[in-house]
Design a protein. Structure first.
Length: 385
């Protein structure tokens, strides 16, 4: 990792401190792994049962109810089912958090969730790309989701002026943004002996588009064709309930994820800074590039325990229900080493996110007098110059 600048909040860390941090966190992980057992298995199976029961109740009330109360309760139950399926079950299972159980229904390699995003594509760009290169500009596509400017180190372009509106649209249709996230355009230029590579990349992209269309098509058919038609005269009610439940799940997951990545104080790294980093430096990057949300036990379950985003980035394959206990030790480690531990209420963190998005939507000082678009190193940009 390149040596940090003098003003950098981690500049005081020595190589010995980085090594000690790595040893302590590795030991913490081994301690939790050794303790995994029946309570963890019973917990995730209980959440799966609750999600399924909530889905059945919600769809039944929407299909057979006739009054506004049953519509509201049915939509709420279906929303809960979708939130649990995506956050506490799907996301965490696909990280391999429960592979140790050897339960085919909870196998990260074959699990599929109630979302237009194809699970295999999610495992590639999220589990590998995002969690390996967390907050590294030009490597982690989750930095602004290729749509928003969330750091001064991203090059500014006029389209960012619309990001207060773009952010609302992304939240409402978040599953579609997530679903299309791995469908990145082919960037290999033809010629120069790279035509074979270009053809291979195009074929790979075409295959991903076919995967996405199949998965998205099944989801659209299920929620907006099959269940409404099954309800006969109640079809409009079922259609509206499904639309609302998906929107609630989309907005909630968007808010939780943004609060874990983009509040003021979360750090963004350049590729130079993340190059050749030690394990201790990797751990520090995870802690300084993430943020937590404070709340009660039920709140954390509804967040998929991504309210402990710092701990999740340190240990993405540990059962998320363990994060609250781990957080106490991680926070103590940060305090002993003079590192920030970014945490706050949902209102504080999301307010900080919105403030950051509005501020960074505007061009940097002196931009109109420059030839380029950015206020950072071109290498760090996540958008074309």
């Amino acid at each position: 990792m390149a040596h940090p600048e003098p003003h950098d909040p981690i500049a005081h860390l020595t190589p010995e401190q980085y090594d000690a941090i790595a040893l302590e966190l590795d030991a913490l992980r081994e301690e939790v792994v050794a303790d995994l057992g029946s309570e963890d298995a019973a917990y995730i199976r209980r959440v799966v049962r609750i999600a399924r029961a909530s889905s059945i109740v919600g769809r039944t009330l929407l299909m057979f109810g006739i009054d506004p109360a049953s519509f509201v309760v049915g939509t709420a139950a279906l929303s809960l089912a979708k939130v649990l399926d995506n956050m506490e079950v799907g996301h965490n299972v696909m990280h391999g958090q429960y592979d140790w159980m050897n339960d085919p229904a909870l196998d990260s390699r074959t699990f599929e969730w109630d979302n237009v995003c194809d699970a295999s594509q999610w495992r590639h760009y999220h589990n590998f790309e995002h969690h390996t290169f967390t907050n590294v500009l030009g490597k982690d596509r989750d930095v602004g989701f290729r749509l928003l400017r969330v750091s001064e180190r991203q090059r500014w372009r006029p389209g960012f002026l619309l990001q207060p509106v773009s952010n609302i649209l992304l939240a409402l249709f978040f599953q579609w943004g997530v679903g299309m996230h791995d469908l990145e355009e082919v960037r290999v230029k033809p010629g120069g002996g790279r035509d074979a590579e270009l053809a291979e990349r195009k074929a790979e992209l075409a295959g991903k588009w076919r995967q996405f269309r199949r998965k998205a098509g099944r989801q659209v058919f299920k929620d907006y064709v099959f269940f409404p038609l099954l309800a006969a005269w109640n079809a409009p009610r079922v259609l509206l309930g499904n639309l609302t439940a998906n929107a609630i799940r989309n907005v909630w997951s968007n808010v939780v994820i943004f609060c874990g990545h983009f509040p003021e104080g979360t750090r963004v790294y350049s590729r130079k800074e993340a190059k050749s980093e030690s394990r201790g430096q990797w751990y520090v990057r995870q802690m300084q590039g993430s943020a937590n949300i404070e709340g009660g036990r039920l709140f954390h379950v509804l967040c998929g325990h991504l309210s402990f985003q710092i701990e999740h980035h340190l240990f993405p394959d540990l059962p998320a229900r363990r994060y609250p206990a781990i957080a106490e030790k991680v926070r103590g480690l940060c305090e002993r080493n003079g590192l920030a531990y970014n945490t706050g209420s949902l209102g504080e963190q999301y307010g900080s996110v919105l403030s950051r998005l509005w501020r960074l939507a505007l061009p940097p000082a002196g931009w109109f007098g420059r030839r380029g678009f950015g206020d950072g190193d071109p290498e760090d940009s996540t958008v074309p110059a």
